[in-house]
Design a protein around this ligand. Structure first.
Ligand code: ADP
Ligand code: MG
Length: 708
């Protein structure tokens, strides 16, 4: 039964080796992959509008005939416009394709064409109706081709030169070959409970919906067939989370002593300040985990500057007082070094040995550091990816901490955990993230973890004053910066790129020169970017920390974690190019002390208020709120989950159709069902049956095999 789906697309009619290669680039190898490639939109071609009935300003789907077409060039614009004229029995319509040079030769008079787009009056010739950049599809000769007209038609995103129409035909054919008894991976009980269509019926429905279904429902992905396929993705992903979770729960952990007087004393000794209520609560949650003979698996969320680091150090203290090592992995060397220095300071009185492990170390140093990690002399090991390299061995790793988890993949977390899994016990794990994420998303990304939230900032912070402006106002911005530095404070100026590029963006290296010589000749400037060698980066950061550098010109390497409380000014140039999360992180570098801080976001020229312009929304959002959760929600809406998660994370999720934000309820439902199947002791046999019946490709896609 599975064969039909697993056969290669190459053998479908209309897919030769060339097209197969294009499809393969998109990861479409089998018929199943092809059927998973769903329409992004549906068009009602049961009835077409006629040109005469067009009301300017509305969107239409029309069937017409090509009259003529050709490129028009204007002296003042280097970009050619392709002009296409079409007609139907009721009138004539003009279409303009900007940058349309590539269309030369595509259309011939008399061809039948379907157009979809917004119709308007030509502003230069008010008697004419036009469509700007409409979507179009040339119809074949077979006048009654059942995939093209007379139905609700699926529109696919083109894959290379394979257009929507070709995809439609090939998919139609593949659907026709589906055996009637196609295997349905969802348990029958679930199909029944939620009245979902079978997988076979759902696939046919989403590709070629019946004429009775509403186009709006389809376009909102809310048809029963869509819902079933979305549920299916969430269900299997949550199943893998549930199984991963169960696996850690069944592993043996090290039960730490937590409540003893000696440990209380040790914790008191390291604290440089009075913890906030939120920090205390979160530490209590962590302590309760550490006491149990089951590995902790906890996510610590807290907005930038909420004070996660010291909580991590407290957890590490408990581990070290229990004769175990603790490791802290950070995504950048700058951050790792900063944590290392902070840990040295915090742990100085307690006398714990703190070790740094980054790839920038000299070979000799690295060997020595590794030896101390191996022997157990090194008690708290701070580092980057270098921690999970081969050859790094711990004597007794009891606690793994991952800072800024969103920068790592699930796999890297796992590798570090494996370093500590010896002699039948697994280490406790604490992951921290400063990208606050809405609950539905943390269920998706971190659904196998328990969650603690620091929802309070340390006292004595003055909110950061944020505004956005244009380059024309840079002199005023620089004046303010000079004033702050004169008061003994420090500043960051951030650029989007290191070196000059084709995109004509201001570059850190060039601007650093200009600023040093022309703008701030009397100030001490430093330059920091990702291409410096480790020692250079370290030295610049150290001098900035010590106040020897007053103005740090930088790229986004300082985006995460950097903590210099004396810095009160953050200027971001080309702020329109940065994502919301980035801007929020950058702003998080200031406002860390008691002094008033200023964040100025600079765009080259003014952006007019436009609720459809993401750049404008981002800048306005930054000005109007400093709440990380609110910012994350808006960011997610702007970017969609794929980009929000980042490709690395997203690739690991196996979600194509499902969107955690849009499909919140299905996610919760699928999660409940999946966890019940894993946690309910009576469901064991059912679960085994389910997993055994799954095709290996599915097990891979949802990582079910690896955790099974
Ligand atoms: P993040 O959560 O972004 O990692 P950090 O741990 O870097 O934040 O803390 C931000 C700053 O706040 C640091 O300078 C830290 O020393 C300080 N801090 C943290 N907790 C407290 C507290 N309870 N009282 C005063 N300052 C604190
Ligand atoms: Mg931090």
């Amino acid at each position: 039964m599975k064969q039909a789906l697993q056969s290669e697309v190459m053998y479908l009619k209309g897919v030769g080796p060339q097209r197969a290669a294009l499809l393969a680039e998109r990861g479409i190898l089998t018929v199943e992959d092809l059927l998973d490639y769903l329409p992004f939109r549906y068009e009602d071609r049961i009835r077409f509008a006629s040109i005469r009935e067009i009301v300017p300003g509305n969107t239409y789907t029309l069937r017409a005939e090509v009259v003529s077409g050709g490129v028009v060039r204007f002296a003042r614009s280097p970009n050619p416009i392709y002009h296409l004229m079409v007609r139907d029995p009721t009138g004539v319509l003009h279409c303009k394709f900007f940058h349309g040079g590539y269309l030369e030769g595509r259309f011939k008079a008399g061809q039948r064409i379907v157009l979809h787009g917004k119709a308007d009056i030509d502003p230069y010739r008010p008697a004419r109706l036009e469509m700007i950049n409409p979507q179009y599809e040339l119809l074949g000769d077979g006048a009654a081709d059942s995939t093209e007209v007379g139905r609700i038609v699926p529109i696919y995103e083109a894959i290379g030169s394979i257009g929507s129409r070709t995809l439609r035909r090939v998919i139609y054919q593949a659907l026709g070959n589906l055996p009637p008894g196609l295997h349905d991976p969802l348990p029958a009980a679930l199909l029944e409970r939620y009245r979902f269509p079978t997988r076979r019926d759902a696939l046919i429905y989403v590709h070629f919906p019946p004429t009775t279904e509403g186009v709006e429902t389809l376009n909102a992905f809310r048809s029963p067939a869509h819902q079933r396929l979305i549920f299916e993705e969430f269900f299997f992903y949550q199943l893998s989370l549930a199984m991963r979770r169960q696996q850690t729960q069944q592993a043996t952990g090290i039960a730490f002593r937590v409540r003893e007087e000696k440990i209380r004393e040790a914790l008191k000794r390291i604290l440089p300040f009075k913890p906030t209520e939120a920090q205390k609560r979160v530490l209590a949650e962590i302590g309760a985990d550490l006491e149990r003979p089951v590995p902790m698996n906890r996510l610590l969320q807290g907005d930038v500057g909420s004070g996660k680091t010291i909580v991590a150090f407290e957890a590490a203290t408990i581990a070290m007082e229990n004769a175990c090592q603790a490791a802290l992995m950070a995504p950048t060397e700058i951050l790792a070094v900063q944590h290392y220095l902070a840990a040295r300071r915090v742990f100085a009185r307690a006398g714990y040995h703190v070790e740094l492990l980054i790839s920038g170390l000299k070979p000799g140093e690295k060997r020595a550091a590794r030896a101390r990690v191996h022997s157990g002399v090194a008690q708290f090991v701070v580092g980057t990816h270098a921690l999970i390299e081969e050859g790094v061995e711990f004597a007794r790793l009891g606690l793994v901490i991952v800072d800024e988890q969103h920068r790592f993949g699930v796999l890297q977390r796992k590798q570090l955990i494996e370093k500590g899994s010896k002699g039948g016990t697994a280490p406790h794990v604490l992951v921290m993230t400063a990208t606050p994420i809405p609950r539905t998303l943390s269920l998706t990304l971190y659904g196998d973890l328990d969650c603690s939230v620091i929802d309070e900032l340390p006292p004595g912070r003055t909110p950061v004053a944020t505004r956005w402006t244009t380059e024309a106002h840079l002199p005023g911005v620089r004046e303010m910066l000079r004033r702050e530095v004169a008061l003994g404070r420090q500043a960051y100026i951030v650029y989007p790129v290191i070196e000059e590029s084709k995109q004509e963006l201001k570059a850190a290296i060039v601007e650093y020169e200009r600023l040093s010589k022309e703008v701030f000749p009397a100030l001490k400037l430093g330059l920091l970017h990702g291409r410096l060698r480790s020692e250079e980066k370290e030295e610049v950061m150290e001098r900035f920390r010590r106040g020897e550098i007053q103005v740090l010109v930088s790229t986004t390497v300082i985006e995460v974690g950097v903590d210099v409380p004396n810095a009160t000014v953050m200027v971001v140039e080309h702020a329109e190019r940065f994502g919301l999360a980035q801007l929020h992180q950058l702003r998080g570098r200031i406002g860390r002390g008691a002094e008033k801080s200023h964040c100025i976001l600079v765009a080259p020229k003014t952006l007019s208020p436009d609720a459809n312009d993401p750049a404008w929304i981002r800048l306005e959002t930054m000005v109007s709120t400093s709440d990380g959760f609110a910012i994350a929600e808006i960011d997610l809406k702007l970017r969609g989950p794929g980009e929000f998660f980042g490709t690395r994370q997203h690739g690991e999720l196996g979600l194509h159709l499902a969107n955690p934000l849009r499909d919140r309820e299905l996610l919760e439902l699928a999660r409940r069902e999946a966890f019940a199947l894993v946690e309910n002791p009576d469901a064991g046999a059912e679960r085994r049956r389910l997993l055994d019946s799954l095709d290996p490709s599915w097990q891979r896609r949802y990582q079910l095999a690896t955790v099974g």
